[in-house]
Design a protein around this ligand. Structure first.
Ligand code: UTP
Length: 293
């Protein structure tokens, strides 16, 4: 089945325990990389890839995330009055059309697979993208756009992938690859967080997916797997083992794991160094600080 991908699911119902105590009251996805919340990077990437319907799977305590997408007429008025047109433009760039966003509740954090399944009724019989906002990818052509273009040629289920270091293999979903054609990898199985000796490759699944609606049926029947959670990887792996089309896409770009503290800090530095207004000052500071280590 090959069709245009216009719907995306953003699973944001996780507990974000690695950022406690901050995430006690702030959703992880609202934490800022320089001056934009993580979620804004994912939204911009999805828009660039042609996504029109944005489905958030949220949970208790994520109110700030829902509020972020509201219109801000008072703020706009104040900026207009002060002639701050640049800031006004920044603000407008975050506007979402009425009806473009849907919020679905995950009642219990039963895992990423379960979160995706919660959106089943809004997906019905269409292919859909999944973006995990804590994977931030800096690329000339946004990662999901690269994948959507590939999907238009091949169809099937597609996961973003990159090679990781041997010691990192046990932290990721890992692909079993039967064939490689440029950036496209044909996959016949996937394993969630394997020990290095059991890992079929070092090709890790990164948080961008294009999935066929049949994956929803597989999720429905899944039991809690690794770590007591319902894993998205397990559903895609079943599809691959049953002969369904599953691909890895070795995207062009650099990925930051903003779900971890070190990854978030690295991303903050990298994104700030790309900004004309910040880079000289920050680069000096980094050099001086590093010299004192
Ligand atoms: P993580 O594995 O990073 O979990 O989830 P987490 O809860 O966000 O963070 P930690 O590990 O406790 O620090 C990966 C993605 O899946 C979503 C998360 O919101 C994140 O975007 N997720 C995870 C859900 O939506 N529901 C779940 O039950 C689990």
């Amino acid at each position: 089945m090959k069709r245009k991908v216009t719907k995306a699911i953003f699973p944001v119902a996780g507990l974000g325990t690695r950022f406690l105590p901050a995430t006690k009251s702030i959703p992880k996805e609202i934490m800022t990389l320089v001056d934009r919340p993580l979620i804004q990077y994912a939204i911009d990437e999805a828009r660039a890839a042609g996504i029109k319907e944005f489905i958030f799977v949220t949970a208790k305590g994520k109110g700030a995330l829902e509020d972020y997408f509201d219109a801000a007429p008072e703020l706009e008025k104040a900026l207009r009055k002060k002639g701050k047109t640049d800031l006004l433009k920044e603000l407008r760039a975050t506007d979402m059309e009425s009806g473009a966003i849907a919020y679905i509740r995950q009642r219990e954090a039963l895992g990423l697979g379960h979160a995706v399944w919660c959106a089943r009724r809004l997906i019905s019989n269409e292919p859909f993208a999944v973006l995990l906002p804590d994977d931030v990818i800096s690329a000339d052509k946004p990662c999901l756009q690269q994948m959507v273009e590939q999907y238009a040629e091949t169809g099937g289920n597609m996961v973003a992938t990159m090679e990781v270091k041997p010691e990192e293999v046990s932290s990721y979903g890992i692909l079993s690859v039967t064939q490689t054609d440029g950036r496209l990898l044909t996959v016949d199985d996937m394993v969630e967080k394997p020990a290095l000796e059991d890992a079929p490759s070092k090709c890790a699944v990164i948080g961008r997916y294009i999935l066929e609606p049949t994956i929803m049926n597989r999720l429905k029947d899944l039991k809690q797997g690794n770590g007591g959670e319902i894993q998205l990887t397990d559903a895609i792996a079943q599809e691959a083992r049953d002969g369904g089309k599953v691909y890895g896409y070795a995207f062009e770009g650099k990925r930051y794991d903003c779900g971890s503290k070190a990854g978030f800090l690295k991303a903050t530095i990298a994104f700030a160094l790309e900004r004309e207004d910040l880079k000289d000052d920050l680069a000096d500071f980094i050099k001086q600080t590093a010299a004192g280590l």
